[in-house]
Design a protein around this ligand. Sequence first.
Ligand code: PLP
Length: 373
Amino acid sequence: MKIRDFKLEVFFGKHEFTAPYLLTQSDCESMSIKDLLSYEEGAEKLFLNNSLGYTEVPGNSELRKVISKLYTTMKPENIIVHAGAQEPIFNFMNVLLAKEDHVICQFPIYQSLYEVANAIGCEISKWTIEQSDNGWVMDVNKLEQLIQPNTKLLVLNSPNNPTGYTLKKEEIEAIAEIARKHEFYIFCDEVYKGVELDGIKRPWFADHYEKAISLGVMSKAYGLAGLRIGWLATRDMNLIDKLIKMKHYTSICSSAPSEFLSIVALKHSDEILNRNVKIIEDNLKLAEDFFEKYPTLFEFNRPMAGSVAFIKMNITMAIEEFCDALVSDKGVLLLPSNIYSFKGQYFRMGFGRKNFAESLSKFEEYLIEKQYV
Ligand SMILES: Cc1ncc(COP(=O)(O)O)c(C=O)c1O
């Protein structure tokens, strides 16, 4: 397979482990193995005695059980565990799609969610999240206009990276109805689910539609990216069977220590998510005060959920040049919108890290020094 470079990962490869002020990261503040194990009495001893042998291909059965409990209609057999979120995106697209298929993809979005389909040879149509006076919006009528006789799949990411736009329950129901009528699948990347900032918990897509596949992961809302544990949930058992056979060619099974640690984390899901929502909300207050100070330079839309926002910056210089200069002069990392192939002067800011205040003040220092404000 020939596949184009993953722009965001190439960009992070240059800066993520060298820039001191990461103001764009999408994963929440992480923790040590010791801190995670302390959530569950006796877990440390069990962890040290855990076997390092192979585990079941669809995922450790206890882990699949705790994951299935996040949903209202899933059973352990409806879950297949993978390495992070990237492996299941790659495997799912390869299992479902052929080059004659048409795919509709929400946009802007994490690149692999359309790039793998593009590499397979599929035609891709973009369903764009638009900026209105009331923040980001999606028009369900526009989705209907994009449907073709060979539309096989709709790809969504809710809560969305980078905009923070999140589908409401009524939108999920309306989209599922359209998909049912036209008999296409829905792949919903829900890796930022769990850190809702408007107080409204949305249902997982897989609980709403028989041909929907929900993607979940430990990396983002839980802040446990180093575990490299993600999963797919679907009622379509034929698809699960194909995904298991595909996984035989990729990771075979997941890491046993990571599966153990994911079970501990998911048993304490509410505590960990509440900790991370608190970090995001505290940081968002600082961000709102900051953006209110500079209303002509920035247009800020508060995210509905998730840990990131896409912010418009009113400058004449190209946003990618601004971000390059910012990271090389001041060590502050922001992600420019060209990385998402999105037209306009936007950057992504992340609110999940504990050193947000320090990074934001370095950003402000730079704006003052360079006379942007
Ligand atoms: C929307 C989305 N999906 C998938 C991924 C990949 O997640 P992971 O690093 O856990 O594989 C990311 C990572 O940034 C993401 O933002």
